[in-house]
Design a protein around this ligand. Structure first.
Ligand code: ATP
Ligand code: MG
Length: 420
């Protein structure tokens, strides 16, 4: 037990960590190109925050949260997603008082108690953005374009961007009445969960993963066919701006976000590149959320979340290789204690000049030291013994070409600077 991490969690060892650094850096870079700044929020929040924002009727809140009472009897939950914390922080830090919009990004671990499988863990990571304070369709298009550019930059080119509109309270009220009527006529074929959704959150029936439900509700009415004029114009504008940015998209009527404060644009991005079947990014507009969480009225928001594990899996499935940038510039092999002592002076000079370097820490034979030098992928190796110390000369070996050069030990920094 002590040597086994909890089910659904994974270590990210150095063999993987450089890939994480790569995608994280790319995400930062692309966010910065669009003017999004980082927001970091706590890993745990008050449970109530997620109940209110993610929604009481969702699988996340009903089945998947890591909730507990802390020693002060507070109800605490490890964040199952990134938006709630960011919006809470936006309100608490009064970022709404500044000139709007506020454009934020985050990278965070998330926690959901789910059955672990490929691309599904109990601790996983999300990269996301939230654009707050604008209800205009231009920011919807910007948010989608940012996600697309990020995927393109990490090498995923064949993307299916699906967009939809889930309307607003005005059009949804009429639509929900139609939907209820339709669902009432289907009560004997709906699954248990959908029967429950029918009354609490009817639009989510469309999202049911149960194949029989899918089969039986093929002619269900969709929100997009019943939009009010405002929502319809908004949607048209989003499409127009996306087209201008050469973002290929399709309208998918089945994308839903069931909670009241979700409004207008909803979208998903799926990678069509070989081997991936799952959504790598989901997002949408949540115009009522700020108010719902106690912030000022009428402040809109839109964002997305990318599942980082699924992104990395997709890259792997598509043989998109990420190079490990870690290679040591020079390994200093030593023979005898005098050389070992001297190597510390050399190492210090090299490292202060930003030349990465290592020496032996196990008093190994020269052969074993060379083996280690291979393991760390060093670009150069040098051997220092009593003779080298006495003459201030040593042989520098280029590990890639096997070329050997005699250099002055006292000039090693310059010699390497010329060669790296
Ligand atoms: P799914 O239908 O696969 O459960 P979801 O609708 O629960 O996904 P969101 O809540 O929209 O997912 O989360 C955004 C993204 O986070 C997903 O598209 C996915 O890439 C990722 N994700 C969600 N749950 C997990 C998990 N348990 N492990 C790894 N990644 C996850
Ligand atoms: Mg889920």
């Amino acid at each position: 037990m002590l040597t086994k991490a909890p089910r659904g969690t994974k270590d990210i060892t150095p063999k993987e960590a450089y890939k994480w650094n790569y995608v994280e850096n790319k995400f930062r870079e692309v966010c910065s190109l669009f003017g999004y700044e980082e927001m970091r929020t706590p890993v745990f929040e008050h449970t109530e925050l997620f109940k209110r924002s993610v929604g009481d009727t969702t699988d996340i809140v009903q089945k998947e949260m890591y909730s507990f009472k802390d020693k002060g009897e507070r109800d605490i939950t490890l964040k199952p997603e990134g938006t709630a914390g960011v919006v809470r922080a936006f309100i608490e830090n009064k970022l709404y008082a500044d000139t709007q919009p506020t454009k934020l990004f985050y990278m965070t671990p998330c926690f959901r108690y789910e059955r672990p499988q490929a691309g599904r863990q109990r601790q996983f990571h999300q990269f996301g953005i939230e654009a707050l304070g604008s209800d205009k369709p231009s920011i919807d298009a910007e948010v989608i374009a940012l996600a697309v550019q990020f995927f393109n930059e990490v090498g995923l080119k064949d993307l299916a961007v699906s967009i939809n509109s889930v309307g607003c309270p005005t059009c949804r009220e009429k639509y929900n009445a139609k939907l209820k009527e339709y669902l009432d006529s289907k009560v004997d074929v709906l699954c248990e969960t959908c029967l429950d959704r029918k009354d609490k959150n009817p639009m989510r029936v469309i999202d049911c993963k149960n194949p029989t439900c899918q089969e039986n509700i093929k002619d269900i009415p969709f929100m997009i066919d019943h939009l009010c004029e405002d929502c319809s114009t908004h949607f048209d504008k989003v499409k127009e701006y996306l087209t201008e940015m050469d973002v290929n998209f399709v309208v998918d009527k089945t994308i839903v976000r069931g909670l009241d404060y979700y409004k207008k644009t909803a979208f998903e991005i799926i990678s069509n590149d070989i081997g991936s079947q799952s959504t790598v990014c989901g997002g949408g507009r949540y115009d009522g959320l700020v108010e719902q969480l106690g912030g000022p009225k009428g402040l809109s928001g839109i964002g997305f979340a990318i599942g980082a594990e699924r992104l990395l899996l997709t890259l792997e499935n598509n043989n998109i290789e990420i190079k490990n940038p870690q290679a040591t510039d020079i390994y200093i092999a030593t023979i005898g204690e005098a050389a070992k002592i001297k190597s510390f002076k050399i190492l210090k000079d090299l490292r202060y000049n930003h030349i990465s370097s290592e020496n032996d820490h196990l008093d190994r034979s020269i052969k074993a030291q060379f083996k280690y030098s291979d393991k760390i992928n060093s670009k150069f190796t040098i051997v220092i013994g009593d003779d080298e110390l006495a003459n201030d000369t040593a042989t520098l070996k280029n590990m890639a070409t096997s070329e050997q050069t005699t250099i002055k030990l006292s000039e090693i920094v310059k010699e390497l600077q010329d060669r790296l």
